[in-house]
Design a protein around this ligand. Structure first.
Ligand SMILES: C[S@@+](CC[C@H](N)C(=O)[O-])C[C@H]1O[C@@H](n2cnc3c(N)ncnc32)[C@H](O)[C@@H]1O
Length: 340
């Protein structure tokens, strides 16, 4: 198998055709349109866009250097129509500034982990193989899952498991983690799986798949600061859009979808006080919702690609420019960003 086939076989893009259909009107009528694929991953969505729209150039962001490398090889046949950048997606503003791009016609976000990350056992994302407790999407920087488990206090651990993992037995598991680490710091995913198993009632253990699934999801979200970064990235992404440009987001967790729904609703709602006789232009909505609520995958897609089971897809179109001060300001954070 070639390396290019490898990238394609490692991750099947979710709702690809629907994403292309939603982006198409934003690319029409442009000699050259630009899409930012904020979650490049294995480059599946980007490849679909580059193949379907010859007038589109894609800037692909990923915080995972391994993903960038694999996707870069897969997309090499498209030449300079593809630019890969090592960045966290709330840095979209700085990335575009560095590339000399003022506004873009589309931003695509396919959130969460890729199948590559789950499959690479040494990266510690999976509860089904024993590995170091890492779980960083960007393996070059930041805290690991072991750091979180060995340093957070019991209350914070319980909160993370409950909020990000919807784990009913969060307090019990958190207590057991703290008791275990008092003897010896946790290092391996296998140790965490054993703790979770031992602290979930036998009746619950029999249902709902691997009992460690929720704990692993929660830790991954905390290690990578996923919700906070997403909340920061959404206004930056909207700000990057030209009028007529579209933001398309695929979420896999209720907190992600809630953040997307809120950011889109805020832009699609007038901010004028209700008692004003005439709506000032500065208070008019700057987004138009393109999807009705959140779209889900149908049975055929779920059968083809089980990852699509939990997807929630939302899209919105930029309807007017806004003064910069109307959107939350850009957060700056040191990074090791580099063009590939
Ligand atoms: C679900 S995968 C994307 C798959 C891709 N659409 C495809 O078809 O191959 C999500 C990717 O986004 C990346 N990612 C997640 N959070 C990120 C963030 N805050 N900034 C940049 N990349 C991020 C992950 O490293 C992962 O490679």
């Amino acid at each position: 198998m070639s390396e290019t086939d490898d990238a394609a076989s490692r991750h099947t893009p979710v709702l690809l055709q629907r994403c292309l259909d939603l982006l198409a009107p934003a690319f029409a009528d442009h000699d050259t349109a630009v899409l930012v694929d904020s979650t490049l991953g294995m480059g599946g969505h980007t490849e679909g866009v580059l193949a379907a729209f010859p007038n589109v150039r894609v800037v692909g962001l990923d915080r995972d250097t391994q993903a960038l490398e694999l996707a870069g090889r897969r997309l090499a046949p498209f030449g300079d129509r593809f630019t890969g950048v090592h960045a966290v997606y709330d840095e979209i503003g700085e990335v575009l500034e560095d590339l000399g791009i003022a506004k873009v016609q589309g931003v695509l976000m396919d959130l969460g982990v890729s199948s590559l990350q789950l499959d690479e056992r040494e990266r510690g994302f999976s509860y089904s193989a024993d590995a170091p407790l890492d779980m960083r999407m960007d393996a070059t920087t930041g805290q690991t899952a072991a750091d979180v488990l060995n340093t957070y206090d019991e209350r914070d651990l319980a909160r993370i498991l409950r909020e990000y993992g919807e784990e009913r037995f969060a307090p019990r598991i958190a207590r057991a983690i703290v008791a275990q680490r008092a003897k010896r710091p946790l290092e391996r995913t296998g140790e965490l799986v054993s703790i979770v198993r031992a602290n979930i009632p036998a009746a619950t253990r029999k249902t709902g798949g691997n009992p460690a699934k929720r704990t692993f999801q929660a830790l991954r979200i905390e290690v990578n600061g996923e919700i906070e970064i997403l909340e920061n990235a959404l206004p930056q992404s909207i700000e990057a859009l030209a009028v007529g440009g579209r933001l398309v987001v695929e979420s896999y967790h209720s907190l992600e979808d809630r953040a997307v729904k809120r950011a889109m609703a805020a832009g699609a709602t007038s901010s004028a006080p209700p008692d004003l006789p005439v709506e000032p232009a500065t208070h008019a909505p700057y987004l138009r919702l393109v999807t009705r609520g959140a779209e889900e995958a149908d049975e055929a897609e779920i059968a083809r690609n089980p990852r699509s089971q939990s997807v929630r897809l939302r899209a919105a179109e930029r309807t007017r420019d806004t003064p910069d001060h109307m959107l939350p300001s850009r957060q700056t954070r040191p990074t090791g960003r580099r063009a590939e």
